[in-house]
Write a protein that binds this ligand. Sequence first.
Ligand SMILES: Cc1cc2nc3c(=O)[nH]c(=O)nc-3n(C[C@H](O)[C@H](O)[C@H](O)COP(=O)(O)OP(=O)(O)OC[C@H]3O[C@@H](n4cnc5c(N)ncnc54)[C@H](O)[C@@H]3O)c2cc1C
Length: 354
Amino acid sequence: MKKVDFVVIGCGIAGLCTAVQLRSRGLRVVVLDSEGQSATSISGGTIHPVLLRHYNRVWFGEEFWTYAQEFYTALEGILNRPFIEVKGLIKLFDSLEERALWQERRAEVFWAHYLNPLDDKACALKGIRTPYGYGTSDEVWRFSPPKLLKAYKSLLQREQCWQSAEIFAKTPTELRAVLNGLGLDPTHIVLAQGFAQQIWPSNLGLGGPIIAKGGEYMIIESPELKLEVVLKDKFFIIPLGQDKYQVGATYIHKNQDSSPTIGRDKMTAALDGLLTLPYVVLEYWTGLRPTTLDRKPILGLIDRAASVYTINGLNSRGLLMAPLLSDWLVDSIIEGGILPSEVSIGRFFSAPLD
Ligand SMILES: Cc1cc2nc3c(=O)[nH]c(=O)nc-3n(C[C@H](O)[C@H](O)[C@H](O)COP(=O)(O)OP(=O)(O)OC[C@H]3O[C@@H](n4cnc5c(N)ncnc54)[C@H](O)[C@@H]3O)c2cc1C
């Protein structure tokens, strides 16, 4: 039986960041993943700390963003390869009011850092309708989540810290028995299974506090559209190289019409209104974001006797938040650090879900 400090189950962005944090503290870690559907592998890969629809700050955005930049830069060093592919964003304005709002926000110190000054002589964007102009920001990064997952998995495989396995267990005790059956005897277990997680404290009910929210993306090809930064209009248009772009994502709310083409139609209509150049749709993807009723992440202890913890509920901004969230979680397990109440699993005990 292999004695390790931690087994992390699930290697989307939450499990990956947790493994990086644990390994950077010199702990012995094995990561298990079923290599099934993950939110991370289909996500857009953009990280930034503000909401560019109503020009609001993301909750804790500045802290998440500062930490994420340092974390991913250090991870490039660990993997010995750069993976941040795009830095910078163009935000198209949908009205003169939005243009004025950009200017207004820039008067605040916080926003002046994220929104560049407007350039009245800004060039027209080839193939893109911009009747109200646009603003730019340097504070947006984009990387390819599948490439990052693959690179980190290879590193873990080389160091014999990776197992491909689908874990079936309904209770923490059963989970320990399953891991023992795989030859693993961990001191602690971290569940980072996204929307598929089954093990929760019994008083949180079956499925626990996670609500899966769908999202869709399209991959298009447009050889004449020479976009090099991320473009934000109704949807993001993310350059992938070789004339391909990722367009999306939609956010499917509960009770929304679940027609399979609704998202596709919305994205196509938005593109048709935006582009004056031809494009073809190559692929269409759907995925599930793991979210919670209060839309905040969920971190902490699930079962003391079996020493099982979780990092989940990353909703729409997992890539931005996972680096700092995993630091908080690991600090709470190893050093006894107190988790912020907004993300602690404890909030569901004081206000149980009905
Ligand atoms: C369409 C779409 C676009 C998005 N775009 C962005 C974006 O641009 N920027 C951003 O920050 N966020 C984005 N998000 C949100 C982001 O993808 C999620 O917040 C994040 O990926 C959640 O990560 P996770 O690790 O918690 O879950 P997941 O990525 O789902 O990972 C869970 C892992 O657990 C494994 N697993 C599950 N069950 C088992 C089991 N029984 N045994 C073994 N392994 C198991 C799965 O195989 C998977 O690898 C987007 C989401 C969607 C759906």
